[in-house]
Write a protein that binds this ligand. Structure first.
Ligand SMILES: NC(=O)c1ccc[n+]([C@@H]2O[C@H](COP(=O)([O-])OP(=O)(O)OC[C@H]3O[C@@H](n4cnc5c(N)ncnc54)[C@H](O)[C@@H]3O)[C@@H](O)[C@H]2O)c1
Length: 329
């Protein structure tokens, strides 16, 4: 098992196969309420025996005020005090919901995150953000709140549905493009190991340390997202988020290759990794419309993360015309 330490607060992040059974020795004294995704609760019932478990329905619909309110009632019923711990077991949805409840109940109770999807391990459980959807918009309500610890048991990934796996790999390829060099190349390979998860965790943690409230350098994590969001919304949200991000990376890489900043060998390696994800063909025509709906977009243009090559990415302000000229793919 590998142990890293979280940004700013130095809480432990344990990463290892079969690590879940160690959690009982890691949690602080006091009461524990385990809040578990319904699918995870079904698949891993034997692991949760003898625990005080509260199950929330799986899926994005649980990032909702009504589910949050029911969860607060469960925290109250369990008699949780500020020194007691709520343990979130599930993907990004449960992590975001429970993180928000832990931050707000009694103005903050102890929180442990146990991410069970690849997206949650390398992205959503890190960086202290939580959120609920509201008024038809994603993550419209939320806080920044750090956990007391995170435990990532890679064995959970063995039951991940294919779509969720593709989504997580899409996010992993984003880290490959941001990191570049030997580490980036390792991340392009298909296997998900403790070391590779740790590379992503370390990279995000460094950005969070420098930019805890997501106002500057942390925006690099939006690599691939400008096009990703556009492809996602044009598909009527049928393309999983991480897959849409990977499509966005493909668009950026094609431009980098054509303008000569990305060497052919690197471009080919990246394309091979992207092809493994079986990406749908990106729609071209309506991209301009979708871009103008992007929340980072203002009348003067858009702040976009551009890629010259793997390991050379930066935020750049581009007009909509520049975006459409540069990336006509
Ligand atoms: N807070 C942040 O910084 C941040 C960052 C990125 C994404 N997010 C949020 O995370 C959410 C997406 O997270 P996600 O992709 O993990 O989705 P998710 O939590 O909906 O999980 C995806 C599906 O996988 C199932 N599942 C979870 N673990 C499983 C396992 N081990 N085996 C089998 N099935 C399993 C779930 O039941 C669900 O159906 C979004 O709501 C997004 O907004 C938050």
């Amino acid at each position: 098992m590998k142990t890293l330490y979280g940004p700013i607060y130095g809480y432990p992040i344990h990463i290892g196969r079969g690590a879940f059974c160690q959690l009982q020795y890691l949690l602080p004294q006091g009461k524990h309420l385990w809040v578990v995704d319904s699918e995870v609760a079904r698949l891993y019932a034997p692991l949760l025996q003898d625990k005080n478990v509260y199950v929330v329905p799986h899926g994005e619909g649980s990032k909702d005020l009504s589910v949050y309110q029911a969860l607060l009632a469960a925290l109250e019923k369990a008699g949780l005090g500020r020194q007691d711990t709520v343990v979130a077991v599930g993907g990004g949805v449960v992590g975001d919901l429970v993180g928000f409840a832990a931050a707000t109940y009694l103005r903050g109770v102890q929180l442990w995150q146990v991410p069970t999807t690849l997206v949650a391990m390398i992205d959503s459980s890190l960086g202290h953000k939580n959120g609920l959807n509201f008024g038809g918009y994603k993550n419209q309500i939320g806080t920044f709140y750090a956990p007391q610890g995170i435990l990532m048991d890679l064995d959970f990934l063995l039951t991940l549905p294919k779509e969720e796996w593709r989504s997580g790999r899409g996010e992993m390829l984003k880290y490959a493009c941001l990191l570049g060099g030997d580490e980036g190349r390792l991340l392009l390979e298909g296997e998900v190991t403790e070391e590779l998860v740790a590379l992503c965790v370390e990279y995000k943690n460094k950005l969070v340390e420098k930019d805890p409230y997501d106002r500057g350098e942390r925006r690099l994590l939006n690599l691939g997202h400008t096009f990703g969001h556009a492809y996602e919304s044009l598909s009527g949200m049928t393309i999983p988020h991480g897959v849409a991000v990977a499509m966005g990376l493909s668009t950026l890489a094609a431009h980098a290759f054509r303008s000569g900043t990305m060497p052919i060998e690197e471009y080919q390696l990246l394309q091979e990794a992207l092809e493994d994800l079986d990406l749908p063909k990106a729609p071209v025509g309506a991209l301009g419309v979708a871009l103008s709906h992007d929340k980072k977009s203002t009348q003067g243009g858009i702040d976009m993360v551009v890629m010259e090559r793997m390991g050379a990415c930066r935020v750049e302000r581009l007009s909509h015309e520049e975006v459409l000229c540069r990336y006509p793919f």
